[in-house]
Design a protein around this ligand. Structure first.
Ligand code: ADP
Length: 249
C-alpha cells in the first residue's frame, strides 16, 4: 500500500533518525500541574530511553504518574521542562497544530476506554487518522482500513457503530485505528483495563505480535501477571522511576 513520505512538522527540531539510536529519548522531564491548592509535580526528573522494537511495560499505583508520562510521550499534554525526542523529532518544541499532525502520523495511541467516535462506523473510525494526515490518497484509506480490520479479525463488523459491539471488539478496532498510519510507536494506557481475562489475553497477544513485526510498544498496565512478558518494566512511584525490571525472559 503506497504511503506518502512522513515529513517532520514545520517547526520541528530534527536530529538524524538514526536507526541505531533509541526510538524514544526522554531527558530531565518535569511535569508540574498548577492547581488551586498550588503546584503539583506529577513527573519529577524522568530520564528514559526506549529502544526500537522494545515492548516496555509501565506499572505503578494509581496516581503515580503513569498516564501523565504517556501523555507527554504522545504529546497529548505539554511538558513543563525537559526534552522528549521520538525518532529524531524534538516533540517538546512542537506547537498544537504541529503536534496533532506529528502524533497522527507517528504514534498509535490506545486507551482503556477505546475512545472510538460514537457516530462513526468502525470502518470510518479506522479511516479517520489516515484521512486527517493525508498519507493515503484516492480511496486507499478505505482499502487499508479493511486490511487492518481483517488483521484484527473485525472485518465482518466494519459497518457497525461502536455502541453495538463488545468491549473486546472495540479494542480490536482501536488497535486497527492505532496502526492506520503505520506508526513506529504504539502507546497504550491500560488497554486491557476494561476487558475480561480471556479478551485481555487476545489483545495482549496482538501487541506481542506487533512487537515481533518491529513495532515499539509502551504499555501502562495494572496487571502484574503480564510483567514477565515485557522486554522491560518500569515502576513509577510519586512521579519518579522507582524500579526497572529487565531481562526476565
Ligand atoms: P496514574 O496514571 O499513575 O494513575 P496520573 O498520571 O493520572 O497517575 O496522575 C499523577 C498525579 O497527577 C496524580 O496525583 C493526579 O491527581 C495528578 N494529576 C493528573 N492530571 C492532573 C491535572 N490535569 N491537574 C492536576 N493534577 C493532575
Amino acid at each position: 500500500m503506497p504511503l506518502r513520505q512522513k515529513a517532520a512538522p514545520a517547526g520541528a527540531v530534527v536530529h538524524d533518525a538514526d536507526i541505531r539510536k533509541p526510538l524514544v529519548e526522554i531527558q530531565d522531564l518535569f511535569k508540574v500541574y498548577s492547581t488551586a491548592a498550588g503546584d503539583f509535580t506529577a513527573l519529577n526528573d524522568i530520564n528514559l530511553q526506549v529502544g526500537r522494537g522494545e515492548f516496555l511495560g509501565i506499572v505503578g499505583k494509581s496516581g503515580a504518574g503513569k498516564s501523565t508520562l504517556v501523555n507527554m510521550i504522545t504529546g497529548v499534554d505539554h511538558l513543563t521542562s525537559g526534552e522528549i525526542w521520538v525518532d529524531g523529532v524534538g516533540i517538546h518544541d512542537l506547537n498544537e497544530d504541529e503536534m496533532a499532525l506529528w502524533r497522527g502520523q507517528n504514534v498509535g495511541v490506545i486507551y482503556q476506554s477505546f475512545e472510538l467516535m460514537p457516530t462513526l462506523t468502525i470502518l470510518d473510525n479506522v479511516m479517520l487518522p489516515m484521512d486527517f494526515c493525508g498519507l493515503y490518497v484516492n480511496g486507499q484509506s478505505q482499502e487499508r482500513a479493511m486490511e487492518l480490520l481483517r488483521m484484527v479479525e473485525m472485518d465482518d463488523q466494519y459497518h457497525k457503530v461502536p455502541s453495538t459491539i463488545s468491549g473486546g471488539q472495540k479494542q480490536r478496532a482501536a488497535i486497527a485505528r492505532a496502526l492506520a498510519n503505520d506508526p513506529a510507536l504504539i502507546v497504550a494506557d491500560e488497554p486491557t483495563g476494561n476487558l475480561d481475562t480471556a479478551t485481555s489475553e487476545i489483545v495482549f497477544e496482538m501487541f506481542e505480535k506487533l512487537v515481533q513485526q518491529g513495532k515499539t510498544i509502551i504499555m501502562v498496565t495494572h496487571d502484574s501477571s503480564l510483567a514477565k512478558r515485557f522486554d522491560r518494566v518500569l515502576r513509577i512511584a510519586d512521579g519518579e522511576i522507582s524500579a526497572v525490571l529487565e531481562d526476565r525472559v
